[in-house]
Write a protein that binds this ligand. Sequence first.
Ligand SMILES: N[C@@H](CCC(=O)N[C@@H](CS)C(=O)NCC(=O)O)C(=O)O
Length: 203
Amino acid sequence: MIKIYHVPRTRSIRVIWTCEELGLAYELIQVDFSLEYRSSPEWRALNPVGKVPVMIDDGFALFESGAMVQYLLDRYGEGRLQPPVGTPAHAIYLQWSWFAEATFARPLGEIVNHRRSLPEEQQSAVAIAEMQDRAQLCVEALNSAVAEQDYILGSEFSAADIMLGYSLMLAQRFLPEPLPAHAAAYFERLVVRPGYVVATADI
Ligand SMILES: N[C@@H](CCC(=O)N[C@@H](CS)C(=O)NCC(=O)O)C(=O)O
């Protein structure tokens, strides 16, 4: 049984959502998100940098959400939720999946970390504004990309939409501006999917 180590509002949402879309059985293990627990040898043995999520399947552990999503597709997806490997469409799928985490979620995650790690008087409004600007550029890129299509690859939902959906969730929470029209409509299409509803039921 796939084990997902989960904290509400975190990137474990992507993994649960993927399992739901694929109809895979999984066990949820709630993780204590305190810094103390995430710094413990027990948790560091599963995630060496003390972050969430972790997934265990078939006796081995993964600690990057995008790798978990891709593994689930490749092992259990039977071709679903991604274009055939080696095609231009797959390259575009990979591009947006990586963009979702490495470029888009990165500044948003750093805003969260900055606010969580520092007392209010030590927080830097300049640094936060700079990270918001970086994330806003990503929102605008995404807004243009979905201006004339339902999903990031076109008319078909894929796991790249799962990766981006979580990043948009962060953008909605941590950017001062509301999402622009096309990105907002895209996000609305994502949040009504039953898999998203299950993955976010506890937030
Ligand atoms: N690239 C990693 C990022 C993991 C990550 O930043 N997780 C957040 C929760 S969504 C976390 O554990 N933050 C605590 C921290 O960075 O100290 C992934 O996609 O799994």
